[in-house]
Design a protein around this ligand. Structure first.
Ligand SMILES: *Cc1c(COP(=O)(O)O)cnc(C)c1O
Length: 455
């Protein structure tokens, strides 16, 4: 066996052991950063080491410092897990190590990207001619889509950003809901567009369509971007797409939807009503590493007008190039990058249309079970309408909620993050892992009840 094969076999063994530990291990890491640094050794060695030994050292030293993110009892942030076909394919992606810049040089990658892109548009019920770019995550997908939008609205106003930059051009007006995700602001900052003007939201975080209409009717006009949301990070709520998009169209605005985890509701016949009207937007950002459960990292930047995306991201940057397909590099900020579409293809091929719908339905069903279980606890209340995968709860005031959260984390059965929502400290549950079982939810609810009993 050569050194490479030995190292790969060792990594395989460690990976299987880690995955097998997920059903029973405590979710939080058990070691601190300093402890892991000591175990790894901070000194750069003078000379080479055997690759398999390096893999052993890393796996053994890191094991106590790993959080069980890909397990069924992690409900913090919005994380996703690793669906088996996608995880296995991700290993192969590293072994293949394809450069995914050009159509002609890795026909295999380009084929996988074309097929996965077309399947995604069908599943998410988006216009079939849209371009699909594979980014690192939804932050960069928001950036990519908003770059296409910025350039397009300025082009319509007779201004060529690619040639002349932003300085001296017409101001671009950006409007977003007050409960947008912070990555929207980050993307706007990268794009030189500053802070968005905010439109008020209702109790679930949905932009008020009337308020958007009023703001757009203030007579300022000019190049305008409107940013909507599919899936509020707290409530899971979806904007009123039909009304808001109609208002935005009246002002000739480019409409972008941040649907990092929520856009996937469209793949479920039971939940598709949540995204109704959403397909009328101009661009959509989502993640494959959240709801679809592919490993990190994979976001998706989807733009209705492929030429608008190519004008913003294309390496040649010429809007007038009439090329039926273009290159993968024409759709995202990076040139060299990982073959992410292979992994997405594998997840979709493995799940099929009904498998994706079942996955989304299952996440939502578990969230409802959490809400029911928590509502039945004395002194606890669920604060949001649980329409998707998110549950916000409080336990009788900020201080007691904090104590419940701290006890729960000490207990280690489940990992759930706190947040502040509408001025109150809350427990915020997000169900995003394919492998979460009914039993996992029962165990997590038992842990919440234990945490309440001594808080
Ligand atoms: C997670 C998230 C993002 C950012 O996605 P990354 O993949 O972490 O870059 C943006 N918007 C929403 C609504 C999210 O949930």
């Amino acid at each position: 066996m050569d050194a490479r094969e030995a190292a790969l076999r060792r990594a395989h063994d460690h990976a299987l052991r880690w995955l097998a530990s997920l059903s029973d291990r405590p979710v939080p890491a058990r070691a601190s950063v300093d402890e892991i640094v000591r175990a790894l050794g901070a000194e750069l060695p003078e000379g080479p080491s055997d690759p398999a030994d390096v893999v052993d050292l890393l796996a053994t030293a890191c094991e106590p410092g790993l959080t069980a993110f890909p397990g069924g009892r992690f409900y913090g942030f919005v994380i996703g897990g690793t669906e088996p076909a996608a995880l296995a394919t991700d290993w192969l992606v590293s072994a293949w190590d394809q450069n995914c810049v050009m159509r002609a040089v890795s026909p295999a990658y380009t084929a996988a990207e074309d097929i996965a892109g077309a399947w995604l548009l069908r599943l998410l019920d988006l216009p079939g001619d849209s371009a699909v770019g594979f980014t690192t995550g939804a932050t960069m997908a928001n950036f990519t889509c908003l770059a296409a939008g910025r350039d397009a609205v300025l082009r319509s106003a007779g201004w060529d950003v690619a040639r002349d930059g932003l300085a001296g051009g017409p101001p671009v007006r950006v409007i977003a809901g007050e409960d947008r995700h912070m990555s929207v602001d980050v993307a706007l900052r990268y794009l030189g567009l500053g802070r968005p003007e905010l439109v008020g939201a209702d109790g679930q975080g949905r932009m008020e369509p009337e308020a958007l209409r009023d703001l757009l009717a203030d007579g300022r006009g000019g190049p305008t971007l409107v940013v909507l949301q599919a899936g509020d990070i707290h409530s899971g709520a979806f904007d009123f797409f039909t009304e808001t998009i109609r208002a935005a169209r009246g002002a000739d605005a480019w409409v972008h939807v941040d649907g990092a985890f929520g856009l996937w509701a469209a793949a479920s016949p039971r939940l598709a009503h949540l995204t109704e009207g959403c397909a009328d937007a101009d661009s959509w950002a989502t993640d494959a590493h959240k709801t679809l459960n592919v490993p990190y990292d994979c976001g998706l930047a989807i733009v209705r007008d492929p030429l608008a995306l190519r004008a913003a991201m294309g390496v040649s940057g010429d809007y007038l190039i009439q090329h039926e397909h273009g290159d993968p590099a024409d759709k995202v900020p990076e040139l060299s990058r990982r073959g992410r579409a292979f992994t997405v293809w594998a997840a979709l091929r493995s799940l099929g249309r009904s498998g994706v719908a079942d996955l989304v339905d299952q996440l939502c069903r578990h969230a409802c079970a959490f809400a029911e279980g928590i509502a039945a606890i004395d002194g606890a209340s669920v604060l949001n309408d649980v329409v998707f995968t998110q549950v916000c709860a409080e336990f009788g005031g900020d201080e007691r909620t904090e104590r419940v959260l701290a006890r729960l984390l000490d207990d280690g059965t489940a990992w759930i993050s706190g947040s502040t929502w509408h001025g109150r400290r809350i427990m915020r549950i997000s169900v995003s892992n394919w492998s979460t079982t009914d039993g996992d939810v029962t165990r997590a609810l038992d842990a919440i009840r234990r945490a309440c009993a001594d808080a």
